[in-house]
Design a protein around this ligand. Structure first.
Ligand SMILES: Cc1cc2nc3c(=O)[nH]c(=O)nc-3n(C[C@H](O)[C@H](O)[C@H](O)COP(=O)(O)O)c2cc1C
Length: 274
């Protein structure tokens, strides 16, 4: 038996699976059932398009089983207006309730984020979850220390990041302007072998960022922490990011202590149609 199985009682030999296969390895000889030559199986990207595109539910894949691939519910689709409103109402959250985020809730978020696309469907993004305000307070302090050191060494940093001296001054007054007293931090990372690792993990984090409000949560990309991690391998290691993962990005997460009532305007897009 090969990596795909055809239910001959359902297959109409319409060739849809063969046309959709991005690796071009599904062959459908005239009047016959689709199949993958054994020597070509190694080229399969395990994307599951062959399973997802068959209108008859006739094809299963050993790695993407039809029983694990639920039908798309058209009644759950959203309109353009709903999609635009949903995307425009996403906000960075910098004020969190003094309430921990349950491990199970973070697990549910990541379970969805793992469906984000990855180049070549490599699915190499991994996650570190850090919880507890005391630990995150220590990380914020280390971030401030590291950024202050970077600024002392290279004062021109204040040109590319003019907000930095102010952020550090605010931190010194006891206000956590690094990680905003978030109760939890997520760090998505990917190994060097993921050729588009930074893009892959950014899309996964973006998916999580968009899903979080539906679970009552708010997020904020932690760019200052990222900068600090990049400048210190030992800091990166102390956070539990695998040393062999050159790609990473942290995100704060917690229950929001703020509510927004309007959709703020942004710069108009610069577009060149050619
Ligand atoms: C890559 C990235 C890094 C960011 N880093 C930080 C950060 O370190 N601290 C912070 O408070 N906000 C950070 N933000 C949030 C931005 O400031 C915010 O997205 C922007 O002001 C627009 O606001 P909005 O997200 O509510 O639309 C970051 C956003 C992105 C996309």
């Amino acid at each position: 038996m090969g990596i795909i199985t055809i239910d001959e009682s359902k297959c109409t030999k319409d060739g849809v699976c063969a046309r959709e296969c991005m690796a071009g390895i599904i062959r459908q000889p005239e009047g016959d059932y689709p199949r993958i030559a054994e020597r070509h199986e190694v080229l399969c990207r395990l994307c599951g398009h062959c399973v997802a595109v068959c209108p008859h539910g006739a094809l299963s894949h050993e790695a993407v089983r039809i029983d694990d691939s639920p039908p798309i519910k058209s009644e759950l689709g959203i309109s353009e207006a709903q999609a635009v409103h949903f995307l425009r109402s996403r906000r960075s959250i910098r004020s969190y309730k003094d309430k921990p985020v349950e491990r199970e809730t973070i697990q549910r978020l990541i379970e969805v984020a793992r469906y984000a696309p990855t180049a070549g469907n490599t699915q190499l993004v991994e996650w570190v979850v850090i919880s507890g305000k005391a630990r995150i307070g220590e990380i914020a302090a280390e971030t401030a220390r590291s950024l202050r050191e970077a600024l002392d060494k290279n004062p021109s940093l204040a040109v590319s990041a003019p907000y930095l001296p102010g952020v550090l001054a605010t931190f010194d007054t006891g206000c956590d302007s690094m990680l905003w007293n978030a109760p939890a931090l997520l760090i998505a990372s990917a190994p060097a072998g993921a050729i588009n690792g930074m893009v892959d993990l950014t899309i996964a984090l973006s998916s999580l960022d968009l899903l979080a409000p539906a679970m009552g949560l708010g997020t904020c990309w932690a760019g200052l922490l990222q900068r600090a991690i990049l400048s210190s391998p030992s800091f990166k290691e102390s956070l539990g990011v695998p040393p062999a993962h050159p790609h990473h990005y942290p995100m704060m997460i917690g229950y929001p202590n703020v509510k927004f009532y309007r959709l703020p305007e942004r710069k108009p897009p610069k577009i060149t149609f050619r």
